[in-house]
Design a protein around this ligand. Structure first.
Ligand SMILES: [Zn+2]
Length: 125
């Protein structure tokens, strides 16, 4: 999950990738409440407190979601030429649009929930 903050020197947006889902988990596993991040703009390195970092939603899942829906609809449209009954068309729609829709919407939702969990739970000093 990607976390963001502002560089303490130049105020540029800085980001860091962490495998931990919450601030508490990071603190527990790493034994520190700080993450050392180097700014890509001014190249200064500083320690950022976990409470000052915010998780952001991955644009990846939104993208996959949009692509899979488009692919599903196109697939269904193309298949409708080769299918004769409406039952077959509904089956094709379910396979090409329904399955990716459900799968990616689950991933999308999980990502939002993880991001919310990270942002809502702060560490006590
Ligand atoms: Zn900077």
């Amino acid at each position: 999950m990607r976390v963001h903050s502002r560089c303490s020197y130049c105020k540029a947006r800085i980001s860091h990738y962490t495998i931990y889902d919450t601030r508490a988990e990071y603190d527990m596993r790493k034994g520190t409440k700080f993450i050392n991040i180097q700014c890509k703009k001014c190249l200064n390195t500083d320690d950022y407190h976990l409470n000052d970092l915010r998780a952001v939603r991955s644009p990846f899942f939104g993208l996959v979601f949009a692509v899979s829906i488009t692919a599903g609809l196109v697939g269904t449209f193309l298949l409708s030429y080769y299918t004769e009954t409406s039952t077959q068309q509904w089956t094709a729609l379910a396979m090409f649009a329904g399955v990716p829709f459900v799968a990616t919407s689950i991933l999308f939702r999980q990502n939002i929930m993880k991001v919310n969990a990270f942002n809502q739970i702060f560490l006590s000093e």
